[in-house]
Design a protein around this ligand. Sequence first.
Ligand code: NAI
Length: 339
Amino acid sequence: SIVRRSSIAGVSYVSRRGFASGSAPERKVAVLGAAGGIGQPLSLLMKLNPLVSSLSLYDIAGTPGVAADVSHINTRSEVVGFAGEEQLGKALEGADIVIIPAGVPRKPGMTRDDLFNINAGIVKSLCTAIAKYCPNALVNMISNPVNSTVPIAAEVFKKAGTYDEKKLFGVTMLDVVRAKTFYAGKAEVNVAEVNLPVVGGHAGITILPLFSQATPKANLSNEEIVALTKRTQDGGTEVVEAKAGKGSATLSMAYAGAIFADACLKGLNGVPDVVECAFVQSNVTELPFFASKVRLGKNGVEEVLGLGPLNDYEKQGLEALKPELLSSIEKGIKFAKEN
Ligand code: NAI
């Protein structure tokens, strides 16, 4: 038989003609905020993923155009666009994974927390609908401030009686993507081979890359490690300033979001040893949510992995980030309880 090979993001997938997509189970992925700066390229990348059979693109407006456009690509998934709140239920029904890049992005001078007032409400209403229409879906939260929107989602799901801590993820993959790129540049190693965890949260100093655990090893000076750490923490701001008022990272975020969703899909499909960093409910520290390496499986989080050995600089960074991260978590919980 004729074997066709395609690959995205390092995933190799084999299908036999005549059994089109027969070897991968049906999987529906919904993107909420699909007409946005992240949403559009993310929808494109998810359309290229052969593990997806149904792609549901939702936004308050603009999705029919995005869906018509993306649907012409000759890959496996069926694409349907949904616009407006009255179509949200249909967009979500039967979803295995819901990716949420809905909400406003930063402008120069803004912190992620400055987005709280608008995005908290958006996330709350979208999660209320998820609890109703696809309570078993894995949720990949991209909307900022992630340090608060994930706790908001957890509270909404708890109120609805659908909360499963194994199924809620704050997407911190872009921090990992950036740390790998910046490390490879400084260490002069092949970027494709670089691996390292980024832990903590997703804002400023709460982003803690663990360069002491980076592979391939390199002999970087303390000054170089400090500079790499700062650049990783300020990577989002670097893009916000370069875009000069036109928003924040969209293309690299779409890539990172697509990689993370692909890892979730592989986990759901029973691929062993799928490990990525994400911001999840956690016992790794005393904080209720924390980003660290997570093993993904058929139910979402299979295991939250520990931090591994930290050097003194990283230990200091860990202690320094805890108060800010805790206060962002508590802000999210408080919002969800009061609204
Ligand atoms: P954007 O403004 O280009 O797109 C946002 C989209 O969300 C728009 O199409 C808008 O119509 C839609 N939207 C607004 N309210 C909605 C609702 N109630 N339901 C569905 N859709 C709704 O913004 P962009 O650049 O795509 O960023 C989106 C979010 O992602 C921002 O909060 C940003 O801060 C965050 N972000 C997160 C990153 C991460 O690493 N986790 C990295 C970069 C951005």
